[in-house]
Design a protein around this ligand. Structure first.
Ligand code: PEP
Length: 263
Protein backbone atom coordinates (compact mmCIF):
# COMPACT_ATOMS: atom_id res chain seq x y z
CA UNK A 1 0.00 0.00 0.00
CA UNK A 2 1.29 3.51 -0.63
CA UNK A 3 0.25 6.55 1.35
CA UNK A 4 1.61 9.96 2.13
CA UNK A 5 0.51 11.39 5.45
CA UNK A 6 -0.95 14.85 5.97
CA UNK A 7 -1.55 15.45 9.67
CA UNK A 8 -3.38 18.55 10.95
CA UNK A 9 -2.65 19.36 14.58
CA UNK A 10 -5.25 21.90 15.66
CA UNK A 11 -3.86 22.18 19.20
CA UNK A 12 -6.31 24.09 21.46
CA UNK A 13 -8.37 25.53 18.60
CA UNK A 14 -11.91 24.92 17.33
CA UNK A 15 -15.10 23.93 19.09
CA UNK A 16 -17.07 20.91 17.88
CA UNK A 17 -19.31 23.24 15.83
CA UNK A 18 -16.28 24.87 14.21
CA UNK A 19 -14.78 21.43 13.55
CA UNK A 20 -17.89 20.32 11.66
CA UNK A 21 -17.79 23.47 9.51
CA UNK A 22 -14.09 22.88 8.80
CA UNK A 23 -14.66 19.32 7.57
CA UNK A 24 -17.44 20.54 5.27
CA UNK A 25 -15.14 23.25 3.90
CA UNK A 26 -12.16 20.87 3.54
CA UNK A 27 -14.26 18.39 1.59
CA UNK A 28 -15.49 21.19 -0.68
CA UNK A 29 -11.90 22.39 -1.24
CA UNK A 30 -10.74 18.90 -2.22
CA UNK A 31 -13.79 17.88 -4.25
CA UNK A 32 -13.16 17.68 -7.96
CA UNK A 33 -9.39 18.09 -7.58
CA UNK A 34 -6.88 15.47 -8.64
CA UNK A 35 -5.95 14.75 -5.01
CA UNK A 36 -4.56 11.25 -4.60
CA UNK A 37 -7.17 9.25 -2.67
CA UNK A 38 -4.54 6.93 -1.26
CA UNK A 39 -3.05 9.80 0.74
CA UNK A 40 -3.89 9.64 4.40
CA UNK A 41 -5.45 12.74 5.95
CA UNK A 42 -5.33 12.77 9.71
CA UNK A 43 -6.97 15.49 11.79
CA UNK A 44 -5.98 15.92 15.43
CA UNK A 45 -8.75 18.04 16.99
CA UNK A 46 -9.09 18.85 20.69
CA UNK A 47 -10.75 16.05 22.71
CA UNK A 48 -14.11 17.86 22.62
CA UNK A 49 -14.29 17.75 18.80
CA UNK A 50 -13.03 14.18 18.30
CA UNK A 51 -16.49 12.60 18.10
CA UNK A 52 -17.63 15.21 15.56
CA UNK A 53 -14.64 14.66 13.27
CA UNK A 54 -14.79 10.89 13.73
CA UNK A 55 -18.45 10.86 12.65
CA UNK A 56 -17.71 12.85 9.49
CA UNK A 57 -14.30 11.43 8.56
CA UNK A 58 -15.21 8.05 7.08
CA UNK A 59 -17.63 9.71 4.63
CA UNK A 60 -15.19 12.37 3.44
CA UNK A 61 -13.17 11.98 0.27
CA UNK A 62 -10.33 11.29 0.76
CA UNK A 63 -11.31 9.58 4.02
CA UNK A 64 -10.28 11.47 7.15
CA UNK A 65 -8.71 9.64 10.09
CA UNK A 66 -8.75 11.08 13.59
CA UNK A 67 -5.83 11.48 15.97
CA UNK A 68 -5.94 12.56 19.59
CA UNK A 69 -3.36 15.13 20.63
CA UNK A 70 -2.55 13.32 23.87
CA UNK A 71 -3.43 10.26 25.95
CA UNK A 72 -2.81 9.24 29.55
CA UNK A 73 -0.10 6.71 30.33
CA UNK A 74 -2.34 4.48 32.49
CA UNK A 75 -5.33 2.55 31.19
CA UNK A 76 -7.68 3.76 33.95
CA UNK A 77 -7.71 4.98 37.52
CA UNK A 78 -7.91 8.01 39.78
CA UNK A 79 -6.47 10.56 37.33
CA UNK A 80 -8.87 13.49 37.39
CA UNK A 81 -9.21 15.19 34.04
CA UNK A 82 -7.30 12.56 32.07
CA UNK A 83 -8.38 10.52 29.03
CA UNK A 84 -7.39 6.91 28.36
CA UNK A 85 -6.44 5.14 25.14
CA UNK A 86 -9.52 2.92 25.38
CA UNK A 87 -11.78 5.98 25.58
CA UNK A 88 -10.14 7.48 22.48
CA UNK A 89 -10.34 4.26 20.56
CA UNK A 90 -14.06 3.92 21.31
CA UNK A 91 -14.65 7.50 20.12
CA UNK A 92 -13.21 6.65 16.71
CA UNK A 93 -9.57 7.72 17.03
CA UNK A 94 -7.10 5.70 14.98
CA UNK A 95 -3.95 7.65 15.87
CA UNK A 96 -2.57 9.56 18.84
CA UNK A 97 0.20 12.18 18.91
CA UNK A 98 2.74 11.56 21.66
CA UNK A 99 5.88 13.48 22.60
CA UNK A 100 4.89 16.77 20.99
CA UNK A 101 7.41 19.39 22.10
CA UNK A 102 4.66 21.54 23.63
CA UNK A 103 3.81 18.67 25.98
CA UNK A 104 7.46 17.84 26.63
CA UNK A 105 8.05 21.52 27.55
CA UNK A 106 4.79 22.78 29.15
CA UNK A 107 3.73 19.50 30.79
CA UNK A 108 7.25 18.23 31.60
CA UNK A 109 6.58 14.92 29.86
CA UNK A 110 9.65 12.71 30.08
CA UNK A 111 10.85 10.18 27.50
CA UNK A 112 9.80 7.43 29.94
CA UNK A 113 6.22 8.69 30.22
CA UNK A 114 6.04 9.18 26.45
CA UNK A 115 7.06 5.55 25.92
CA UNK A 116 4.37 4.43 28.41
CA UNK A 117 1.72 6.48 26.62
CA UNK A 118 2.70 5.17 23.20
CA UNK A 119 2.93 1.54 24.40
CA UNK A 120 -0.49 1.61 26.03
CA UNK A 121 -1.96 3.37 23.01
CA UNK A 122 -0.54 0.71 20.70
CA UNK A 123 -1.88 -2.07 22.94
CA UNK A 124 -5.32 -0.39 22.70
CA UNK A 125 -5.22 -0.40 18.90
CA UNK A 126 -4.14 3.22 18.37
CA UNK A 127 -1.20 4.11 16.15
CA UNK A 128 1.21 6.48 17.91
CA UNK A 129 2.60 9.49 16.06
CA UNK A 130 5.83 10.11 17.96
CA UNK A 131 7.25 13.65 17.72
CA UNK A 132 10.98 14.12 18.14
CA UNK A 133 13.25 17.09 17.56
CA UNK A 134 15.85 19.42 18.97
CA UNK A 135 15.60 22.92 20.43
CA UNK A 136 17.41 25.88 18.88
CA UNK A 137 20.14 25.71 21.58
CA UNK A 138 20.66 22.00 20.93
CA UNK A 139 20.92 22.65 17.19
CA UNK A 140 23.44 25.44 17.71
CA UNK A 141 25.47 23.12 19.95
CA UNK A 142 25.54 20.50 17.16
CA UNK A 143 23.43 18.09 19.26
CA UNK A 144 20.52 17.51 16.86
CA UNK A 145 21.12 13.79 16.35
CA UNK A 146 22.07 13.18 20.01
CA UNK A 147 18.69 14.56 21.09
CA UNK A 148 16.66 12.68 18.48
CA UNK A 149 18.55 9.47 19.24
CA UNK A 150 17.88 9.87 22.98
CA UNK A 151 14.17 10.42 22.31
CA UNK A 152 14.03 7.32 20.07
CA UNK A 153 16.12 5.15 22.38
CA UNK A 154 13.55 5.63 25.15
CA UNK A 155 10.87 4.00 23.03
CA UNK A 156 10.15 0.27 23.15
CA UNK A 157 9.15 -2.05 20.35
CA UNK A 158 5.52 -2.29 21.52
CA UNK A 159 5.18 1.46 21.10
CA UNK A 160 7.06 1.69 17.85
CA UNK A 161 6.28 -1.34 15.74
CA UNK A 162 3.46 0.45 13.90
CA UNK A 163 4.20 4.04 14.87
CA UNK A 164 4.68 7.05 12.66
CA UNK A 165 7.54 9.35 13.59
CA UNK A 166 7.39 13.11 13.07
CA UNK A 167 10.70 14.94 13.02
CA UNK A 168 9.76 18.36 14.36
CA UNK A 169 12.65 20.68 15.22
CA UNK A 170 11.30 22.71 18.16
CA UNK A 171 12.77 25.94 16.76
CA UNK A 172 10.77 25.46 13.54
CA UNK A 173 7.37 25.07 15.23
CA UNK A 174 5.19 28.12 14.76
CA UNK A 175 8.16 30.36 13.89
CA UNK A 176 8.07 30.47 10.09
CA UNK A 177 11.62 29.06 10.10
CA UNK A 178 12.51 25.60 8.86
CA UNK A 179 15.56 23.45 8.19
CA UNK A 180 16.89 22.99 4.68
CA UNK A 181 15.36 20.00 2.88
CA UNK A 182 18.86 18.46 2.84
CA UNK A 183 19.03 18.75 6.65
CA UNK A 184 15.62 17.09 6.94
CA UNK A 185 16.74 14.23 4.69
CA UNK A 186 19.90 13.72 6.73
CA UNK A 187 17.95 13.30 9.98
CA UNK A 188 15.22 11.19 8.38
CA UNK A 189 17.79 8.76 6.97
CA UNK A 190 19.34 8.43 10.44
CA UNK A 191 15.89 7.91 11.99
CA UNK A 192 15.04 5.24 9.41
CA UNK A 193 18.38 3.46 10.01
CA UNK A 194 17.75 3.63 13.75
CA UNK A 195 14.26 2.13 13.35
CA UNK A 196 15.55 -0.74 11.22
CA UNK A 197 18.39 -1.63 13.55
CA UNK A 198 16.51 -1.12 16.84
CA UNK A 199 12.98 -2.36 16.24
CA UNK A 200 13.44 -4.27 13.02
CA UNK A 201 10.79 -2.13 11.34
CA UNK A 202 10.84 -1.66 7.59
CA UNK A 203 9.70 1.52 5.86
CA UNK A 204 8.56 3.16 9.11
CA UNK A 205 6.93 6.43 7.97
CA UNK A 206 8.86 9.53 8.99
CA UNK A 207 7.05 12.85 8.61
CA UNK A 208 8.45 16.37 8.76
CA UNK A 209 6.77 19.07 10.88
CA UNK A 210 7.60 22.72 11.54
CA UNK A 211 6.15 25.77 9.74
CA UNK A 212 4.89 23.76 6.75
CA UNK A 213 2.82 25.91 4.37
CA UNK A 214 1.46 25.59 0.83
CA UNK A 215 4.52 27.58 -0.29
CA UNK A 216 7.15 25.22 1.12
CA UNK A 217 5.44 21.80 1.26
CA UNK A 218 6.82 20.68 -2.11
CA UNK A 219 10.38 21.38 -0.98
CA UNK A 220 9.96 18.81 1.82
CA UNK A 221 8.27 16.14 -0.27
CA UNK A 222 9.97 16.27 -3.66
CA UNK A 223 13.44 15.72 -5.08
CA UNK A 224 15.91 14.22 -2.63
CA UNK A 225 13.22 14.32 0.11
CA UNK A 226 10.74 12.15 -1.75
CA UNK A 227 12.22 8.82 -0.63
CA UNK A 228 12.72 9.83 2.99
CA UNK A 229 9.92 12.23 3.92
CA UNK A 230 6.65 10.33 4.04
CA UNK A 231 4.35 13.21 4.83
CA UNK A 232 3.98 16.35 6.89
CA UNK A 233 2.59 17.34 10.29
CA UNK A 234 1.06 20.80 10.12
CA UNK A 235 0.10 23.11 12.99
CA UNK A 236 -0.76 26.75 12.24
CA UNK A 237 -1.50 26.30 8.53
CA UNK A 238 -3.88 23.42 9.27
CA UNK A 239 -6.28 25.76 11.08
CA UNK A 240 -7.46 27.05 7.72
CA UNK A 241 -9.26 24.42 5.62
CA UNK A 242 -8.15 26.33 2.54
CA UNK A 243 -4.45 26.25 3.47
CA UNK A 244 -4.59 22.62 4.62
CA UNK A 245 -6.34 21.56 1.41
CA UNK A 246 -3.63 23.38 -0.58
CA UNK A 247 -0.93 21.52 1.36
CA UNK A 248 -2.67 18.20 0.69
CA UNK A 249 -3.04 18.95 -3.02
CA UNK A 250 0.45 20.36 -3.61
CA UNK A 251 2.20 17.85 -1.35
CA UNK A 252 0.21 14.94 -2.73
CA UNK A 253 1.45 15.67 -6.23
CA UNK A 254 5.05 15.16 -5.05
CA UNK A 255 4.54 11.92 -3.23
CA UNK A 256 1.96 9.89 -5.12
CA UNK A 257 4.60 7.38 -6.15
CA UNK A 258 5.82 6.66 -2.62
CA UNK A 259 5.84 2.99 -1.75
CA UNK A 260 5.27 2.12 1.88
CA UNK A 261 4.53 -1.29 3.25
CA UNK A 262 2.04 -2.12 5.95
CA UNK A 263 1.22 1.28 7.41
C1 PEP B 1 3.30 21.49 15.35
O1 PEP B 1 2.94 22.11 16.34
O2 PEP B 1 3.42 20.26 15.39
C2 PEP B 1 3.63 22.24 14.15
C3 PEP B 1 4.22 21.60 13.17
O3 PEP B 1 3.25 23.55 14.12
P1 PEP B 1 3.50 24.62 12.95
O4 PEP B 1 3.10 23.98 11.66
O5 PEP B 1 2.66 25.79 13.32
O6 PEP B 1 4.97 24.94 12.97
Amino acid sequence: MSHSYFVANWKMHKTATEAAAYITALEAELAGTDVDLSNRLIIAPPYTAIATVAARGPHASPKIYVAAQNVHHESEGAYTGEISAGMLSELGCRYVIVGHSERRIYCSESDTVINKKASLAAESGLIPILCVGETRRERLDGKTWDVVERQLTAMGKTAMKEALIAYEPVWAIGTGESPLPSEVVEIHVRIQDFCRSTWDTIDQPVLYGGSVTPENVASFLSGSCSRHVNGVLVGSASLSSHLFASIVRLGGKCTSSLQLSTY
